[in-house]
Design a protein around this ligand. Sequence first.
Ligand code: PGA
Length: 250
Amino acid sequence: MHIIANWKMHGDADRVNAWISALKPTLKTLPATTNAVLCPPALWVALAAHAASGSGLAIGGQDCHGEEKGAFTGEISASMLVKAGARYVLLGHSERRTLMGETSASVAKKALAASHAGLIPVVCIGETLTERKAGRTIEVICTQMKESIPQGVPEVIVAYEPVWAIGSGLTPEVDDIVAAHRAIAEAARLHQLTHDKPVSVVYGGSVNSTNAASILGLSGVDGALVGGASLEAESFASILEAANACVTAG
Ligand code: PGA
């Protein structure tokens, strides 16, 4: 189970330190199978890794470049994130796909670069409201799976994030989440995406301390990617506790 905090463009050094300190008691209660991850803005990755050292909290970037190095002003490579202490990287978030014009092909290239550098890529996919209304959800996510994830990487996490559920307070019906996660797991097997571990599929889009337990308990849901509700340590801690309860319940 992975519970991943995506801070987007929020927070500062003081907040990183305070958040990690406040979370430490909860982190101590997590079983080895529950992984808590903080993805702060890139500037705070090294600081967060330092503050989180020994706490069980892992750190991730929010994006990386597909090349190892070069003339790419403003960009950050996967190996730079590794050197700063990151173990994960979010890739292909819908905000980047929509606002920065990222394509599935560029996401796949980044995922390969991240894997080569030793990071675990967290590749985000999900349908828009128009696609959902047209009954195209499964088709869209299966295409995104095929095009955004390179074959044969050691490990990958897929974040199923319906675009319309992000930051909206809306979530799909539980049956729809289960169906989407099942389709993603099947697509991952079909395309033989990973060779070390089966693909984990986390859900993202308006997860909060109130709905976390019911979402995390669903079949095929291996965790959550949390935006807004991850900014306050208290609400993120309740989501970790909900994950704990699900793991304990088996
Ligand atoms: P949200 O964001 O939890 O605020 O909906 C999730 C995300 O964008 O990863």
